[in-house]
Design a protein around this ligand. Structure first.
Ligand SMILES: [Fe+2]
Ligand SMILES: [Fe+2]
Length: 282
């Protein structure tokens, strides 16, 4: 998927604003822009072209507001899309979750801003002949961004830890760090888009570098790497993907608790309840 360079740079506040952002913030801004463009493209396809410009200006914030005008804002960019929708105006009531909610219910009713992206990623992984565990990792890798965006690899891994294999957890946890580092052995290059948009001085923060160095030597390195290979950079923005092709894979590799996600007393049940009920004040 391509994004318009000039428009995007402008949305960040221009060169001066970009120079003041750290590398992680720049990458987050780009990822959010691409998620936004992807979602908008899908909405456009579903609704027709009418009123597109209005939707664009209404729905999404700029990254410059986050990094350079933090004190002018009422929220921080680390907040998840479900908790703080990047729209103007009031939030709407969410549809109720059914009893004993499943992963499918969360995809359908709560993963509004992330499901298109992760399902396209899983679809690409399937087309590329990835293992079922890699496909599952792709399907889950970014959905935690509904509640929290900062360090979403770590948060996402934790969210799924009781329900998937250790390898899937590993792949989700470390995809975030690996996206900054090329691996020609599988055709993963440092994204040209990062270079083109942010210049060649892009340096990930030390903890990301340290994580990369450790993961690079790990026996499951390739599991996390293959999530990045099937991540954001080569999507057809007009594709609409459903969860249907992945039902069997989920059945085989996702340990759905019979009480429902959030109701099973697991160490991460509170995270699922937060996704289910983000309007609760406490
Ligand atoms: Fe990610
Ligand atoms: Fe992603």
């Amino acid at each position: 998927m391509e994004i318009d360079r000039k428009t995007f740079l402008g949305s960040l506040g221009g060169a001066d604003a970009i120079n003041q952002m750290d590398s992680e913030a720049r990458a987050d801004a780009l990822e959010h822009q691409m998620l936004s463009d992807l979602n908008r493209a899908v909405v456009k396809k579903q609704n027709g072209d009418q009123d597109e410009s209005k939707r664009e200006t209404k729905k999404y914030p700029t990254a410059a507001e986050v990094e350079n005008q933090i004190e002018t804002r009422t929220f921080r960019q680390g907040a998840g899309f479900l908790i703080v929708p990047r729209t103007r105006g009031n939030v709407t009531k969410l549809p109720p979750m059914p009893p004993n909610p499943t992963l499918f219910d969360f995809f359908k009713l709560r993963f509004t801003d992330t499901s298109n992206h992760v399902l396209q990623s899983a679809n690409l992984a399937m087309k590329n002949g990835m293992s079922e565990e890699i496909i599952l990792a792709c399907m889950l890798h970014d959905v935690v961004q509904e509640i929290i965006r900062t360090d979403h690899g770590w948060w996402g891994a934790q969210l799924f830890e009781p329900y998937v294999s250790e390898r899937v957890v590993f792949a989700i946890r470390y995809h975030q760090a690996l996206r900054y580092y090329p691996d020609p052995s599988v055709g993963y290059e440092y994204p040209d888009m990062y270079r083109e948009l942010f210049g060649s001085d892009y340096v990930p923060p030390p903890y990301i570098e340290a994580t990369y160095q450790a993961v690079r030597k790990h026996k499951w390195y390739m599991d996390a790497r293959l999530v990045t290979v099937n991540d954001l950079y080569a999507f057809d923005p007009n594709a609409v993907v459903t969860i249907d092709p992945f039902i069997d894979i989920i059945g085989r590799h996702f340990k759905q608790p019979k009480e429902g996600l959030g109701e099973d007393g697991s160490p991460v049940a509170h995270m699922w309840r937060t996704i289910a009920r983000p309007d609760r004040p406490l």
